[in-house]
Design a protein around this ligand. Structure first.
Ligand SMILES: CCCCCCCCCCCCCCCCCCCCCCCCCC(=O)SCCNC(=O)CCNC(=O)[C@H](O)C(C)(C)COP(=O)(O)OP(=O)(O)OC[C@H]1O[C@@H](n2cnc3c(N)ncnc32)[C@H](O)[C@@H]1OP(=O)(O)O
Ligand SMILES: NC(=O)C1=CN([C@@H]2O[C@H](COP(=O)(O)OP(=O)(O)OC[C@H]3O[C@@H](n4cnc5c(N)ncnc54)[C@H](OP(=O)(O)O)[C@@H]3O)[C@@H](O)[C@H]2O)C=CC1
Length: 481
């Protein structure tokens, strides 16, 4: 512990002699994170280590993946650019991560007896981030991860004598069938317990058949099961100190540890790539609808503040916190699309298929027209050219997949929602000025134009791994179209 140094005092603990109360709170704590290998989980771990380098341990429940062992996965995360600052601030970071084998799809998460014993006796705080975020997951799988696993984790939590807070990450869209959403858990028509039970004995074909009826006016199995997950949290909270954080569409980092970091294609990131590479040139979107994007570091700052507040102030009921941008600093899809295109002019992606363009239409007929003219026809022509030159055609297949993806996201880019943020604003007012700075989640300070530019740049650097030195050539390439 003695080796930890604070090389970034401006970012973490001290300024003008005042300590960050939140950073101090996590010192010496044993923290359990699910979903630590995911987009949000990594940023959460990074911030915890950077601001509270003398925390005791972070237990991460994880599974081997893509031929990598747990240790290899942890090694890869810690050696990524995201963790560069952490390794300076907390040189013992490797020793402070305890990767625990766990598969949240299994009974008792398949955790070994010894590991379970340690988790039960030592854990102080739980951040439950793991979920399936796919919109098209079969109901059985989505229920298993987003509902049953949450229930099992709560059961584990109830056996932890040292537990101070359980923070459940949900989504602002768990009630997207409503237009005005308050910071409360809304009841679902069918009890989560009944759904969990029925998944045990119904076979897959029947589940597929009844899925549309069960999800009702929810757009997909993801939002439906996240709503069920919240209900489970509320019903099974017992004597636990629980809070629910509901972020909207989580995007690249705004400021910390550096702007523009992103590592998956979810939300707008995949579409920005498709547009920048010239594949996606039109989309069914309502330009005036609010684009409720929220940077991942803002979500993490709020989550850590909620962890502290829940443990220290012990609110009597389960509080829900909306982590959204629309009511405090709105930006619409039209402005966002325009800024994304403006950034492509300055920082184009390499080897684009066509020149980036963006036709937003909320009209079904126009959308079909643009899909035929801007997407399917060029793909067919290109595949014809590939065939003529003795190569394997691939563009039509790629375009079909892309159009399937856009059709799944359409629901979210053609409507606006209003989320109340009383609890989030209350929490902000409870923070000391130092905490408001170190754990900033005041989205009013966000400059959208700057954020979107950094987002596009981040996609180019961290997702596409393109070199900035290639920009002149990429510009030349676009001029040819
Ligand atoms: C005027 C018009 C101009 C137009 C031009 C515009 C220009 C200007 C630019 C525009 C900027 C502004 C507009 C942006 C709008 C953003 C809307 C965001 C709404 C999000 C709302 C979120 C609300 C809820 C938030 C939450 O609470 S939760 C988090 C959100 N959850 C998700 O976002 C999961 C979604 N995804 C899936 O549900 C699955 O991905 C699935 C899609 C089923 C495919 O499924 P499948 O076909 O099976 O395939 P995959 O294996 O998944 O992928 C297969 C292949 O497609 C790739 N690919 C995966 N994804 C995406 C993706 N997105 N976009 C693109 N590609 C993707 C993957 O890399 C793989 O490529 P490959 O490896 O083959 O090369
Ligand atoms: N991204 C977004 O736009 C939004 C996300 N959210 C919520 O935030 C949370 C985090 O999302 P995000 O980080 O984006 O999601 P990711 O898909 O990036 O991460 C999901 C995490 O869950 C883990 N996980 C999935 N299945 C299992 C399993 N069977 N056993 C163990 N671990 C598993 C994954 O592990 P592995 O690496 O092994 O796959 C990964 O660490 C989720 O609860 C999501 O609902 C809410 C609003 C918006």
């Amino acid at each position: 512990m003695g080796r930890e140094r604070n090389l970034f005092p401006e970012l973490s603990e001290r300024k003008g002699g005042t300590m960050s109360t939140i950073a101090a709170f996590y010192s010496g704590k044993s923290i359990l994170i699910t979903g630590a290998t995911g987009f949000m989980g990594k940023v959460l771990m990074e911030k915890l280590f950077r601001t509270s380098p003398d925390l005791k341990v972070i237990y991460i429940l994880m599974r081997p993946k893509a031929g990598q062992t747990l240790q290899q996965r942890v090694f890869q995360i810690l050696n990524s650019k995201l963790f560069e600052k952490v390794k300076e601030v907390c040189p013992t970071v490797h020793d402070k991560i305890r990767a625990i084998y766990a598969d949240l799809n299994q009974n008792d998460f398949a955790i070994s007896r010894e590991d379970m014993q340690e988790l039960l006796s030592c854990t102080n705080i739980i951040f439950h981030c793991a979920a399936t975020v796919r919109f098209d997951d079969p109901l059985r799988h989505a229920v298993q991860l987003n509902v049953t696993a949450t229930q099992q984790l709560l059961l584990m939590a109830s056996q932890m004598p040292k537990l101070e807070a359980f923070i459940h990450i949900s989504t602002a869209f768990s009630n997207c069938n409503l237009t005005h959403i308050d910071e409360v858990v809304y009841p679902c028509p069918v009890e989560p317990k009944k759904i969990i039970d029925s998944m045990e004995w119904l076979d897959d074909s029947i589940i597929d058949e009844i899925t549309p009826k069960l999800i009702g006016d929810q757009p997909n199995t993801y939002t439906y099961t996240k709503a069920l997950g919240e209900m489970v949290v509320q019903q099974e909270s017992g004597n636990l100190n629980i809070a629910i954080v509901r972020p909207s569409i989580v995007g690249a980092t705004w400021q910390e540890p550096f702007p523009g970091w992103v590592d998956n294609l979810n939300g707008p990131s995949g579409l920005i790539i498709a547009a920048g590479k010239g594949f996606l040139r039109a989309i069914k979107a309502t330009p005036m609808a609010v684009a409720d994007l929220i940077p991942v570091d803002t979500v993490v700052n709020l989550t850590l503040a909620v962890g502290w507040y829940t443990a220290v102030h012990r609110p009597k009921s389960t509080l829900v916190y909306h982590c959204t941008s629309g009511n405090l600093n709105p930006c619409n899809w039209g402005k966002m699309g325009f800024q994304v295109l403006a950034t492509f002019e300055k920082i184009p992606f390499e080897r684009a298929f066509r020149r980036p363009n963006a036709d937003f239409t909320s009209n079904n007929f126009m959308n079909q027209y643009w899909n035929a003219v801007s997407h399917r026809a060029p793909a067919i022509i290109y595949d014809f050219y590939l065939r003529l030159t003795g190569r394997k055609p691939r563009m039509t297949k790629l375009m079909n997949r892309l159009l399937r993806t856009t059709s799944m996201l359409e629901y979210f880019i053609n409507r606006s929602w209003e989320w109340s943020t009383y609890n989030t604003e209350m929490l902000m007012s409870e923070l000391s000025p130092e905490d408001q700075r170190v754990f900033n989640f005041d989205v009013r300070q966000l400059n959208w134009l700057e954020y979107i530019e950094n987002y596009v740049l981040g996609i180019k650097k961290y997702l596409l791994k393109e070199d900035m030195a290639g920009i002149p050539e990429a510009k030349q390439h676009l001029k040819r179209f």
